[in-house]
Design a protein around this ligand. Structure first.
Ligand SMILES: *[C@@H]1O[C@H](CO)[C@@H](O)[C@H](O)[C@H]1NC(C)=O
Ligand SMILES: *[C@@H]1O[C@H](CO)[C@@H](O)[C@H](O)[C@H]1NC(C)=O
Length: 435
């Protein structure tokens, strides 16, 4: 590359940095939002091209208002995506909850803007110029289809702050097959560490969430919330891993942590620590992803965990033997549980041993009841860890199911993730808000 080009690039980068200066005036503002678990049918969610092609349909959602006058929107919370987006096109089946034409503060991003030249993995192809000289972006869906739209900005209104000029994708969704459930959701809020994500744009030093069960409401907080003074105990912290080199399988803007081992009850899986470390291609990264439902492990680790869990549950649980049944195509350890029994039997807990501390998955969180599937008088439950190889990804992904009833803090200033087990259905009360 010539020096002229380099010079031009560095200039562009400079302009870009100017644009994305964290808004210090806003970053001090804290906000709390209710957080819900909602069913959203599979293909509907746009996903970065290299991310999961997996059809999960239970997602975390937050409700806020966008535009002037404010229009209520429900957005999926995704720590694994960068660009936030909203459905912006009416279809016969989906009424629009955010209509850019009804918002006086809506501004499309012109294609001459440096934002339009920014690189995010969420785009299938680089953003381009449409005939109206507006910035045109294409996002891919989980099922490999894609959706087009314009980059734009508008006011995002949280509990008691109005955030102006938030950049998002105003997408022309087709939303053909998945009516019903999709009506509940208007878009997605991108929370990863990329420059276009909501948290980066707003310059928040920290955000946290606490996911309650299916029918309860948890919380999402932006800004400095002090866990310790509210709950009178500390969080366990694990450092975020940074690899600055570009590697084919490594997502540099993900919340990457280091797994060092997995334990079933007292037994550590007999695997070398190195199996949990990203290799020279970046494969083997561990990401905390609120946009994925379950937890996925690379094949060899998954197999070891499966075998150990199977061994320790022999005599406690009855395996569902159907070689043709793989839950959602990726979870192949399922059990028959008598429909009339009260609760699940006592199960060995699974601990994910992160650098700095363990995250324990126990009780109900270990098994997920398969909706609508029964065998005789039994319900079918599947183990909530799945095989990354079957998903076609090269990473360990910690999904939101295992983050339930866990205070999760993403400390961006100190590059670490904190966690502690708490009751999330009462977190709102604890923080003194009525959700
Ligand atoms: C998820 O989707 C599957 C098939 O698309 C459906 O059978 C199931 O009921 C859905 N689960 C939830 C919790 O909505
Ligand atoms: C945010 O905007 C709304 C609607 O314009 C207004 O009523 C409200 O007072 C604003 N809130 C703050 C904190 O500026």
């Amino acid at each position: 590359m010539s020096t002229v080009h380099l010079h031009l690039l560095s200039k562009l980068f400079f302009i870009f940095c100017l644009f994305f200066q964290p808004r210090s005036s806003l970053s001090s503002k804290n906000a709390i939002l209710p957080l819900k678990i909602q069913s959203v049918s599979s293909g509907f969610l746009p996903k970065p091209p290299k991310k999961l092609s997996f059809h999960h349909n239970v997602t975390l959602t937050v409700t806020l208002t966008v535009g002037s006058p404010p229009q209520p929107v429900t957005m999926v919370l995704d720590t694994g995506s960068e660009l936030s987006w909203l459905h912006c096109k009416k279809t016969p089946t989906t009424p629009l909850s955010y209509d850019p034409l009804r918002s006086t503060s809506y501004k499309p991003v012109p294609c001459t803007s440096p934002i339009c030249m920014s690189q995010t993995r969420d785009f299938v192809v680089p953003a381009s110029c449409d005939p109206k000289k507006l910035c045109h972006a294409t996002l891919s869906y989980a099922d490999a289809s894609s959706v087009d739209g314009n980059l734009a900005s508008d006011i995002f209104r949280l509990t008691d702050s109005n955030l102006t000029g938030v950049i998002f994708g105003c997408m022309d969704s087709e939303s053909s097959s998945n009516e019903g459930e999709d009506k509940l959701t208007t878009g997605l809020i991108g929370m990863n560490r990329g420059s276009l994500s909501f948290v980066t744009q707003m310059g928040y030093p920290k955000f946290s969430y606490c996911i309650a069960g299916q029918d309860s409401t948890g919380v999402l907080t932006f800004g400095e919330f002090d866990f310790t003074s509210t709950w009178h105990r500390p969080l366990t912290y694990t450092p975020m891993v940074k690899i600055t080199t570009r590697l084919p399988y490594f997502d540099r803007v993900a919340y990457t942590v280091q797994l060092e081992g997995i334990k079933v009850a007292g037994t550590v899986l007999p695997l070398p620590k190195s199996i949990y470390e990203p290799d020279h291609t970046g494969a083997g990264q561990t990401m905390i992803d609120s946009g994925t439902q379950f937890t996925f492990l690379l094949g060899s680790v998954y197999t070891a965990l499966r075998n150990e869990f199977l061994k320790q549950t022999r005599g406690v649980l009855r395996v569902y033997e159907d070689p043709n049944f793989v839950f959602q195509g990726v979870m192949d350890l399922c059990y028959r549980v008598e429909r009339n029994r009260v609760g699940l039997p006592v199960l060995p807990s699974v601990s994910m041993m992160f650098r700095g501390g363990e995250m324990v998955v126990s009780g109900q969180k270990l098994l997920f009841k398969v909706a609508g599937l029964t065998k005789g008088s039994d319900d079918i439950y599947c183990f909530t860890f799945g095989n990354s190889d079957l998903l076609g990804i090269e990473a360990y992904v910690i999904g939101h199911h295992h983050q339930q009833n866990m205070w999760m803090e993403f400390d961006l200033t100190n590059n670490r993730v904190g966690f502690a087990e708490v009751r999330c259905d009462s977190a709102g009360q604890k923080l003194g808000i009525d959700l």
